[in-house]
Design a protein around this ligand. Structure first.
Ligand code: SF4
Length: 350
């Protein structure tokens, strides 16, 4: 496989230019074509000489992947399927991932995938069920932004699709760098939220290295119960994740939120709400309560709406901002925890 241009920094593109017999300043031109012009072929880089473009094509691929299918929810949410080829076990594995575009008034948020499958094994998650099929490259991640129909009107991004972003740290950091750099998409980091189950060393590096928002998948305040839902609790206990977060300032522009999927009779009781209140006391944060979307074979039921409302109110009455997140794209299997990177649920070939 040829190396991909998409995801490279201007510094790296300088080396590419020199290798292809181009002047150094071509690096800036190529970066502009990639991230501002968002071209779909090397041939479209028209201020690079024809010979230069041929030399580029001999050695490099643009790295842009188009979606192979798209499905549209009755609520306007759109789910795109992308073919990917990921390095795995000394070779490559062909797989597919999904990106979801969620419209909401004047916002257009992309929920982006960072891995094909996931190795974290959360029991309630379709992606976790399918196991791990490889890390997405920066080009694979950026293609989700560039290749969807709403590319130019996107307002926000959440790394909340397939995979654990902090388990593909280098590639996700590079994608975030491209998204936020002046030479890249020039997005404010405030437009980006990374969701993690709490891979502590990489979470620290992400907090230190960016100004993006963070969302932590919490789901249960009791360590033993959380371990039943999320094996990661063993390696990176929630208490330590919260301890790390307490070292950062979330009173200004940057936000931390906690994702809490509600399972009937499992984590939706008053005892859980009170433990959550104790756990988060003094931390400037928000809790997003998420309705569990049933997946085949998972031994969990969705909490009734009234139980969720009571849980939310108990948190709110104790000074914790809590909201029940609206489910989006459930009819096309695009809602939280449902992404599987598979054809079906109304996906149309493109
Ligand atoms: Fe992986 Fe996130 Fe699913 Fe857990 S919830 S298995 S971290 S994709």
């Amino acid at each position: 496989m040829k190396e991909k241009l998409l995801g490279k920094t201007p510094g790296e593109l300088k080396a590419v230019a020199l290798e292809c017999g181009l002047p150094q300043f071509s690096a800036k031109q190529i970066a502009r074509w990639l991230y501002v012009g968002r071209v779909s072929s090397i041939d479209a880089m028209t201020d690079i000489s024809k010979a230069g473009r041929e030399a580029l094509k001999d050695r490099y691929d643009l790295g842009l992947t188009a979606p192979s299918a798209c499905s549209v929810s009755s609520d306007g949410t759109r789910k795109y399927l992308f073919p990917v080829r990921c390095p795995l076990a000394g070779g490559f594995e062909d797989s597919s991932v999904e990106a979801v575009m969620i419209p909401d008034d004047d916002r257009r948020t992309i929920c982006v995938s960072s891995q094909a499958g996931c190795r974290m094994g959360c029991k309630f998650c379709m992606t976790g069920r399918q196991g791990f099929h490889g890390n997405l490259s920066p080009a694979d991640i950026l293609s989700q932004f560039i290749s969807i129909d709403e590319s130019r009107s996107l307002t926000n991004a959440v790394f909340m699709g397939m995979g654990e972003p902090l388990d593909n740290f280098g590639n996700v950091m590079r994608a975030v760098e491209v998204l936020t750099a002046d030479w890249g998409f020039a997005w404010s980091p405030k437009r980006i939220t990374l969701s993690t189950i709490g891979v502590i060393p990489n979470l620290k590096a992400f907090l230190d290295g960016t100004r993006c928002h963070v969302a932590v998948s919490l789901h249960d305040p009791f360590p033993d119960e959380r371990l039943d839902l999320m094996p990661v609790q063993k390696a990176w206990p929630l208490e330590d994740v919260i301890g790390l977060l307490r070292q950062y300032d979330f009173t200004g522009q940057r936000r931390v939120s906690f994702e809490y999927t509600m399972f009937s009779g499992i984590n939706d009781t008053k005892r859980h709400a009170d433990a959550l209140i104790r756990l988060l006391r003094g931390l400037e944060c928000r809790v997003n309560l998420i309705r569990f979307h049933k997946i085949p074979g998972a031994p969990y039921e969705t909490s009734p709406a009234v139980v969720m409302e009571n849980f939310r109110d108990r948190l709110s009455n104790h000074g914790i901002t809590a909201t029940i997140r609206a489910s989006r794209g459930e009819d096309i299997l695009a809602a939280c925890g449902m992404l599987a990177g598979e054809h079906g649920a109304g996906l149309k070939e493109r």
